[in-house]
Design a protein around this ligand. Structure first.
Ligand code: DQA
Length: 149
């Protein structure tokens, strides 16, 4: 059994009503429910957490290893482009992580192309909307199963 921690950064609590042309109409609750369903059916554990506060995300990452998390799936949202602290926490945790963005960050304002996470992520999924989270979970499961063989 694998254990996943899904982290959502600032403003992602507004999904569904936030700039739907960019981010789609699926709510965060719907995304989390879908991920829990997929993980649960396959016999894995998945916890989701959203915060607008950087320190709360840091604390989740810092405690992840101690709580038996195997992999982190993270949409750092605006912290993608600003947070050395969150990057450092992920590196300190020494857990594989996948970076997710609903929109294609490379097809928007130039500053969004810069990520403090991509160079250390297992992989990056950007531009596929809510389905990107599912793709990340499936890629993460594939990675962990392959590693344990
Ligand atoms: C985002 C892209 C970021 O640039 C932005 O700040 C977000 C959401 C995305 O999922 O497309 O809040 O991470």
């Amino acid at each position: 059994m694998a254990s996943f921690l899904v982290l959502h950064g600032p403003n992602l609590n507004l999904l569904g009503s936030r700039e739907p042309d960019l981010y789609g109409s699926t709510t965060l609750e719907e995304i989390n429910a879908r991920l829990s369903g997929i993980a649960g059916e396959a016999g894995h554990r998945l916890e989701s957490f959203q915060s607008n506060a950087e320190h709360e995300l840091l604390e989740k990452v810092q405690s992840a290893r101690g709580r038996g998390v195997d992999m982190i799936l993270i949409n750092p949202a605006a912290f993608t482009h600003t947070s050395v602290a969150l990057r450092d926490a992920l590196l300190a945790a020494e857990l594989p992580f996948i970076e997710i963005h609903l929109s294609n960050i490379h097809a928007r304002e130039a500053f969004r192309s810069d990520s403090f996470f991509s160079d250390r992520a297992l992989g990056v999924i950007t531009g596929f909307g809510a389905i990107g989270y599912e793709l990340a979970l499936r890629a993460g499961l594939h990675h962990l199963t392959r590693k344990n063989r």
